[in-house]
Design a protein around this ligand. Structure first.
Ligand SMILES: [Fe+2]
Length: 179
């Protein structure tokens, strides 16, 4: 038997119910690596026949965590950003994503650490951890967030000027979307 999306969501639910903290979220990261190792999951959600763009493939009705599949055509670099009060786990299905962690203080933002997620690997960004991502053409990945990001205000930095702006949640009336 493989490890299905339903298995992952069930395990994530019990992990977060036991403790929605750094250790628990790292447990979710490990489960996402197990999910990405499953060929049937990859073929259905992040395979060559999967719809391009991003789509939500699960939202937990009680805890609110969300699972999204990204099948990206064009390469992209995101600016440094956080996910407000939500954590995020990114898991690479194919290609790779370069992740950078940043530290911001007094109108200044600096990179502190970079690492690459290769296919099969997942990385955790905890609540308010500032990060940027860069991926090549055709990258496919899965992102899990603690809540629906459309409902969370988040911050985005200009890495050149250190300027930060807050992006309101869609639920609060803004039409802007981000990552
Ligand atoms: Fe992010």
């Amino acid at each position: 038997m493989g490890y299905t999306l339903e298995d992952f969501c069930r395990d994530t639910r019990s992990i977060l119910e036991a403790g929605d903290d750094h250790e628990g979220r790292d447990g979710v990261r490990q489960k996402l690596e197990a999910l990405l190792a499953d060929p049937a999951f990859r073929a259905e959600y992040v395979g060559s026949d999967s719809p391009s763009g991003m789509r939500q493939i699960y939202e937990d009705p009680e805890l609110g965590f969300c699972v999204l599949a990204y099948n990206m055509g064009a390469p992209r670099s995101s600016p440094p950003h956080d996910h407000g009060d939500s954590w995020a786990v990114y898991g690479q299905a194919s290609g790779h994503t370069d992740m950078t962690l940043w530290s911001a203080a007094d109108g200044c933002i600096e990179p502190i650490r970079s690492f690459r997620l290769d296919a099969g690997q997942a990385g955790l960004f905890d609540v308010r951890e500032i990060h940027s991502i860069q991926y090549d053409e055709g990258a496919r990945f899965v992102r899990v967030t603690g809540v629906d990001m459309n409902l969370v205000a988040r911050r985005v930095w200009n890495p050149d000027t250190g300027e930060v702006r807050e992006i309101e949640s869609v639920g609060a009336g803004s039409s802007q979307t981000g990552r």
